[in-house]
Ligand binder design. Structure first.
Ligand code: SF4
Length: 279
């Protein structure tokens, strides 16, 4: 089997984070070893589900979507809470097992393999070990679909292993405990961290497709500044997500469904700003 030396080296370095984790800005360090870090992911990665997925953007589909359990964010409206906030939900997997399933999905017609969650950040050690295991047998691009609340250490590990980055840029630029990123998403310094990570992969010449979820009542604080920031980066393509569903426990604007006018307003602004939108 052909092994890419860069991926092999990344896989080895990534494994160190299973004992001392610095893959996201929570820097849980040794708490990773007994699964008591913020995301509560331990040494073993669990997959909640995997499938050939037709719901991804056209350039990716059909995608082999792999949904890992556990997340570094705690978005109050999360529709994947049953596995995003339960890191041992689903099936424990090893790199050889996951590699076999990726090859199977590739043979079935997958045009990409998408590592999703929850969030894939805590699972970078397994992802890199799996890509190393696959070697040249994988002929489809590897996609990292993440909240992008990452550290430089995580981006260093992914560099050379990931073909397409799919960051979710959800929340606007306000900072502090009342900002949307911290109050709703549970991620301190959200804007600085996530936009910094996006800029870093862009500057490295990577393929980047940014998703922005439209949230009811969040046009002024989130959608408008997010789209304006994206418009300053013409190398990006952008996907506007309109499938927001209010959970039963939601309060305030997030308890509403997205109004048609809110979708139209965002689409109008995206067109005015000249964003490259994909479906
Ligand atoms: S990935 Fe999980 S364990 Fe690692 S630093 Fe982030 S929250 Fe902590």
């Amino acid at each position: 089997m052909t092994r890419d030396p860069a991926i092999a080296s990344g896989a080895e370095r990534a494994a160190a984070h299973l004992a001392e984790c610095h893959l996201c800005p929570f820097h849980c360090g040794p708490r990773r070893a007994d699964a008591s870090g913020v995301c509560r992911v331990g040494a073993t990665s669990y997959v909640a589900s995997e499938m050939l997925h037709m719901g991804e953007e056209e350039i990716l589909r059909p995608a082999h979507a792999i949904f890992f359990s556990g997340c570094t964010a705690t978005c109050t409206f999360c529709t994947a809470a049953r596995f995003a906030f339960r890191p041992t939900y689903g099936v424990p997997v090893t790199a050889p097992q996951l590699a076999r399933r990726i090859l199977q999905r590739q043979a079935e017609g997958a045009r990409s393999v998408c590592f999703i969650g929850g969030d894939p950040a805590p699972h970078i050690p397994l992802i890199l070990a799996t890509l190393e295991e696959l070697g040249a047998r994988r002929t489809i691009p590897a996609v990292f679909n993440s909240n992008f609340y990452l550290t430089d250490a995580a981006l260093d590990l992914l560099d050379g292993a990931i073909d397409i980055y799919l960051p979710d840029l959800k929340f606007g630029p306000a900072s502090g405990p009342n900002s949307c990123g911290e109050r709703i998403g549970g991620m301190p310094d959200y804007w600085a961290v996530v936009t910094g990570c996006i800029d870093r992969v862009l500057d490295a010449g990577q393929t980047v497709l940014v998703r922005h979820l439209l949230m009811p009542g969040h046009f002024d604080c989130c959608t408008a500044p997010v789209l304006a920031w994206l418009a300053e980066r013409p190398a990006l393509t952008v996907s506007l997500l309109t499938q927001y569903l209010p959970p039963a426990h939601a309060r305030g604007p997030l308890a509403n469904t997205l109004a048609d006018e809110e979708v139209a307003q965002a689409q109008r602004l995206a067109r005015q700003l000249g964003l490259q939108l994909v479906r």
